[in-house]
Ligand binder design. Structure first.
Ligand SMILES: [Zn+2]
Length: 156
């Protein structure tokens, strides 16, 4: 899943082509378009050493620092709450990577037996080999539209 953070068009340098920071579970990418083209620079999530936010009265400047020897990604003109969200998202991905080796846990759930994270669609846990009943999970119930449709179809 890709999260996009666009600088405000009302901030300096962003009127025609606002800078966009894109955060996926693998990369942070700064996208800047111009009349002559589109420039993309990115840092892998694993190589982000820190994210700093300089809060101004109206806008924040976000700087994503790299441990890989490349220049930091800078973007000015972001709404303050957006800047905070971006920083939290990157930090969450990094702590997930350090803890369980996966950045984005939204496609995962805990195994009911060993509590390790496995994919939503998994029927067998890859850690403890337990069979996972599909209908045990809330996620499966919510995503299963046919089962709710069946519930509505009654003869009462
Ligand atoms: Zn398990």
């Amino acid at each position: 899943m890709m999260h996009r953070f666009r600088a405000s068009r009302w901030s300096p340098g962003n009127r025609l082509f606002p800078t966009v920071l894109e955060v996926s579970d693998r990369h942070v990418t700064r996208v800047k378009s111009s009349l002559i083209g589109r420039l993309e620079e990115s840092i892998s999530i694993r190589q982000v050493s820190s994210v700093t936010i300089a809060r101004g009265a109206l806008w924040s400047e976000i700087v994503v620092h790299s441990s890989g020897g490349t220049d930091p990604l800078r973007s000015r003109g972001h709404a303050n709450p957006d800047a905070e969200r971006l920083k939290e998202l990157i930090e969450e991905y990094q702590s997930n990577l350090a803890r369980i080796g996966v950045a984005d846990t939204s496609g995962l759930r805990a195994c009911p037996r060993c509590a390790e994270l496995v994919k939503l669609a998994a029927r067998v846990c890859r850690f403890c080999a337990a069979e996972i009943p599909i209908d045990l999970t809330e996620e499966a119930d919510e995503n299963d539209e046919t089962s709710t449709a069946r519930k509505d179809w009654t003869w009462d």
